[in-house]
Design a protein around this ligand. Sequence first.
Ligand SMILES: NC(=O)c1ccc[n+]([C@@H]2O[C@H](COP(=O)([O-])OP(=O)(O)OC[C@H]3O[C@@H](n4cnc5c(N)ncnc54)[C@H](O)[C@@H]3O)[C@@H](O)[C@H]2O)c1
Length: 366
Amino acid sequence: MIRLGIIGAGNRICNIVQGLQAHDPECRVTGVVDPDESGARARLPAADRTDARFFPTVSSLLRRGRPDALLIGTRCNLHAPYAAAVAQAGLPLFLEKPIATSLRQARALEKAWQNARAEVVVSFPLRVSQLCVEAKRRIDAGAIGRAEHFLGINYVPYGHVYFDRWYRDHRITQGLFLQKATHDFDYLAYLAGAPIVRVAAMKACGRVHRDQSLEPPGGDPDAAYYPSIGTPETGMNEDASSALLEFANGAQGVYTQVFYTRNSAAARGATVSGLRGTLRFDWYANDLRVVPHAPDTQPEVFSPPEGLEHFGGDAKLVANFSDVIRGRAKSATPLRAGLESVYACLAAKRSAETGRFVNVQPVTEV
Ligand SMILES: NC(=O)c1ccc[n+]([C@@H]2O[C@H](COP(=O)([O-])OP(=O)(O)OC[C@H]3O[C@@H](n4cnc5c(N)ncnc54)[C@H](O)[C@@H]3O)[C@@H](O)[C@H]2O)c1
């Protein structure tokens, strides 16, 4: 049996654990830290619901629960403090994104893991999804020549959740670059083969989700009027936000995310341009095209299987975490990737607040 310890047994991490158990039935939840014991118990997989022990602190979970691996699934602002607290435990860690919500948290996390021996699997399903992996394979094989330009788009059809669920609390999320773009900045840097080093960003806040003359675009009809969504002055999630990106290898990019899109207007994916060709993929359309720029050539079209959770990325994440626990693989989404993404998101947030280009903090300790 592999003994899992969960810190923050909410909806997301319990979904992940279910996937992990389907992949590797020897994984069982034996210890949990979560102040909402009854809610958390109800969310646990049925097989573990009765027997899992709850602990008041991480140190008691580690000492008395003796887990073989840990998963952190609290809300965003507690990921970094808990991940720092378990750095010296030497246990494989599955860590939800964003892995930090401030520069101070990210720096402390880096420092805590500086000499740590364990692997961290950051919860970035898009990077490991089949479409993204196939795109990376073609780019690295030279299908479009050197990748010079990246356009990432994210027209979010379920954006109401950022205004009518707990995600509306800006003090927890610190905005939608950290909450949402952390995935996209990660997969774009992965495709570019280089981290993002400089960002210029803009955001629109309160034009849609605070305008009482507009019909709220789907979701809870009262969502636009929640006092707790904040204001542009006190801090609130964006209606839409965009960033210009410079990668360390000189490639450039543009990313844009829109949260009032609905229905089949949904789109998420990238267009990657090189001198020799253009590669384009979209997770909602579930296809990838490579168009060579040479005359008289045919585009290549590729479509993975349909209907997978997070476009197949969650299944890949849990399979990788299982391999990491069993010592069979390294993390496909390591701590460094989580940190690089957070630093890029923090730069975007700062740029959108100040109207200036912002250099991305480099990862120095891990
Ligand atoms: N990677 C992805 O694609 C993806 C998808 C969805 C959500 N998420 C992330 O997962 C995280 C959790 O989201 P969720 O929807 O599951 O939220 P949730 O509210 O369902 O879960 C949070 C859990 O943390 C517990 N908690 C609260 N305070 C705690 C504390 N001090 N110590 C330990 N536990 C505590 C809560 O009781 C709850 O069980 C968020 O940060 C979100 O961004 C990631």
